[in-house]
Design a protein around this ligand. Sequence first.
Ligand code: S3P
Length: 459
Amino acid sequence: MLCAARISREQDRPMSHAHKPIPATARRSPALSGSMRVPGDKSISHRAMMFGGLARGLTRVAGLLEGEDVLRTRDAMIAFGAKIEKRDGAWLIHGVGNGCLLEPAGPLDFGNAGTGSRLTMGLAGVYAMKTTFIGDASLQSRPMKRVLDPLRLMGVEVDASTGDRMPLTLRGPRQATPIVYRVPMASAQVKSAVLLAGLNTPGVTTVIEPVMTRDHTEKMLAGFGAGLEIDTDAAGARHIHVHGHGDLTGQDIEVPGDPSSAAFPLVAALIVPGSDVTIDNVLMNPTRTGLIQTLREMGGRIELVNRRGAGGEDVADVRVRHSDLRGVTVPAERAPSMIDEYPVLAVAASFADGETRMLGLDELRVKESDRLAAVARGLEENGVDCAEGKDWLSVRGRPDGKGLGGGAVATHLDHRIAMSFLVMGLAAEKPVTVDDSTMIATSFPEFMGLMAGLGAEID
Ligand code: S3P
């Protein structure tokens, strides 16, 4: 398309990595009660910013998660030429048009955000321009090869001095080559990066996904008008085809509540005796509901009330009451639908009767921290009987919380480790301290206030 817009650029904000840890402590709390709303889904919020910034015309987003990670994606889209402002509670995004991203004037700082950076590598990497990606210590340690490999096949040059890790610079070819790419691990980020690269590539780019992961990219791209077809082969693998150089047009988006954030008050209510909590407007996309399924199998009293459709997704209000939990085996196939929820599931398992075995956890090793190790160390530190294997975790719980707690948990710049162990402290006999709570703002800035509103004692 013609890139007539060539909109004048807004400010490129320099960002610092200065980070002063702020510890937090959670104490055994009285019954939690009340209702709350968690912020918008992080995956959908990143994509709303990104696709809105890319599409021609106006995208209006309500319910956006205003966490640090998503704001980094906003800043990146501004650096690519989009105009983005917040007015009357909604975000207004004037996109540049597919194929019309501008070369950023400086490095894009993604902070802690794996999703923002990896998806943007796909989105911008195939453009005949230079894009540099930087991030915090956690992001710099995360593997980017999984995204860079398919981009190289499409003709992208990668300049990384640190073994396919950030900081790195991408230079796209004059014209990218369409590929058929089978994603080697269960990763929605890798799938999405290749599909987004396909938007600025002639012909059809195909991603084969043997194990289904969250499908927000496919759903939302189709909503923006991208040419996209999905079929399933005899072995059950999804083949997602995207047509390059199509026209994307601005949309109205309502972001539902993030089930990965709802997971924290949900588990808190299950383990704190007497609790009765309702979390309103939570996304119920089946690629995201593995935790609820598992907790119900454990005996969790979780009711989905007022199920409804909103903006092309299913949502519900989730009522949770304190429950007597029992250990279960969580099969490996379920991991993609609850991949971000294992830390807090391990906390629920610490209060369950018997053993909970969690299998197929290899991807947990490459999250914001090595989450499998971080969880196991945190559990040990708080007196929980657990065992860790290469790709599994087993936890033996104590339903009354007796003897649990009293530990100091190393969070390794990982928001979900911090929130999970603060939840543990609400039901453990002794308080639980985390060494840093600042990273919680990457995905759930309102966590402390909302939990306090339910009666949680965290300071
Ligand atoms: C995400 C995909 C998942 C998930 C992350 C968000 C996404 O990562 O852990 O929090 O929005 O696509 P992987 O693709 O690495 O599994």
